[in-house]
Ligand binder design. Structure first.
Ligand code: HAM
Length: 426
């Protein structure tokens, strides 16, 4: 029997859960401030949702989807991203009849059959947002503001926000003609995949990681310089609003992102501090035609997603600490002998009634090793129970952070115990 998790997946436990909780809780707090509501969609959808949503010629759809046939012969796919599913839900539940802007967020696991490496998994977690119903640049700036606020709250300092415009369908088609004729003389240098892309979906050549393809496109015209005046006006307004919010950004003309649904504004947030790790922490963009392409009304929308695993990895590597949301002591109750079990049980009842996390050392072992175990398992405090404690009812609590200690009378100070912990928290 194979006892390791499948390639590209991992168990999340221990300190990683703390990072993950911190990332999720900080984002949730901002979603509340920005007025986003949660949506939970299934982890798999009918395959055509992604084929049509993401685009048949994208790398995700061509190479990276976990697609399977169920027992009734239906083709289903584990979601590789959240946008197509949210759009499907907006149309299915006619959410567009409710209010505009419709602001939704989601937290979920995504699946892509990619070559695993540090920061790139086959199952990974995203926090994403989608804001539907507004075509104004105002919401682009607000969505990007939310993205950068999340990373600011997490404690990141030197991230780079990249922005570009991929234009609307009209100006993009004009650009594609220019781009194709520009690289035509070098078509033989492209990899077989990109030669197909050249015919079917030339913009996707920008996603290729093959060195020859990258050098073919490096000198080619960039879409930013070919967008129409309305699209230009849109992106310039987004930029001026970001400046108003004092959010630093860089226009990156080569940025195209690997999804067909984008129109106009696209953006990515990257870290340049660690080359060894996949450096895009989050990305997104506008998708003004996706809802109508799925058969719904014409509803301009914009969103982004951030990678939880990659963000946690980078936080650890950059020594960014997660902050505990509030003071929440946890006590290990250590017994000097098995005969104090009943007394210890009463103490634990008191702690738990007063919202103090606690557990008991079930085995009787040397105090030193018990304290070590308490530290290793993240307890903030210990209390030792022996003959004196039983007789006097006075318990001594040791703070493992700074080895300070305080006493309390478990019978007479019953209802003040949380306050006693709080006032002794240094
Ligand atoms: P994406 O750029 O493909 O966009 O993914 C967003 C983030 O998910 C990435 O920046 C990265 O942090 C994380 N991520 C992606 N693939 C992996 C992987 N294999 N392993 C670990 N982390 C990964 C989207 O998914 C779009 N749906 C975003 C969006 C929402 N656009 C509009 N609305």
């Amino acid at each position: 029997m194979v006892l390791n998790s499948p390639r590209g997946t991992s168990d999340i436990l221990g300190v990683d859960i703390k990072y993950r909780d911190f990332i999720i809780n900080s984002s949730r707090e901002l979603f509340r401030l920005f007025n986003y509501s949660e949506i939970i969609t299934p982890a798999f959808e009918h395959t055509e949702i992604f084929d049509r949503g993401i685009g048949e010629n994208t790398d995700i759809v061509r190479k990276e989807m976990y697609t399977f046939t169920d027992k009734k012969g239906r083709s289903l796919t584990l979601r590789p991203e959240g946008t197509a599913s949210v759009v499907r839900a907006i149309i299915e539940h006619k959410l567009y009849l409710e209010k505009f802007a419709l602001k939704l967020f989601y937290i979920g696991n995504m699946f892509r059959y990619e070559r695993p490496q540090k920061g790139r998994m086959r199952e990974f977690w995203q926090i994403g947002v989608e804001a539907a119903g507004v075509s104004e640049p105002l919401i682009d700036a607000e969505v990007i503001w939310l993205l950068s606020s999340i990373f600011e709250r997490l404690g990141f300092k030197n991230l780079k926000l990249l922005i570009n415009s991929v234009g609307c369908l009209e100006c993009r088609n004009e650009y594609i003609k220019v781009f194709k004729s520009n690289i035509k003389p070098r078509i033989e240098s492209l990899c077989p995949d990109c030669r197909t892309r050249y015919e079917k979906n030339p913009l996707r050549i920008f996603d290729c990681k093959v060195q020859e393809c990258m050098s073919v496109i490096s000198g080619s015209p960039k879409i930013y310089n070919y967008i129409c005046s309305a699209c230009k006006e849109h992106i310039l307004k987004v930029c001026s609003l970001l400046e108003l919010l004092q959010i630093n950004y860089v226009i990156k003309e080569e940025l195209v992102r690997g999804f067909d649904y984008y129109t106009r504004t696209i953006f990515e947030i990257i870290s340049e501090e660690l080359q060894s790790v996949q450096n895009a922490l989050g990305g997104g963009g506008r998708y003004d035609n996706l809802i109508s392409q799925f058969g719904g009304p014409q509803i301009p929308s914009i969103g982004f997603a951030i990678g939880i695993d990659r963000t946690a990895l980078l936080m650890k590597q950059l020594n960014i600490r997660y902050a505990e949301s509030e003071f929440s002591p946890s006590v290990l109750v250590i017994l000097l002998s098995g005969q104090y079990q009943s007394f210890a049980l009463k103490i634990m009842q008191l702690f738990r009634e007063q919202n103090i996390t606690c557990d008991i050392s079930y085995e009787i072992k040397a105090i030193g090793s018990q304290i070590k175990a308490a530290e290793k398992n993240g307890y903030s405090h210990i209390t030792v129970i022996g003959e004196d404690e039983l007789e006097t009812g006075l318990l001594t609590v040791k703070d493992l952070k700074n080895f300070a200690q305080f006493k309390f009378d478990w019978k007479n100070e019953k209802y003040k115990i949380s306050d006693i912990f709080r006032s002794n928290n240094k």
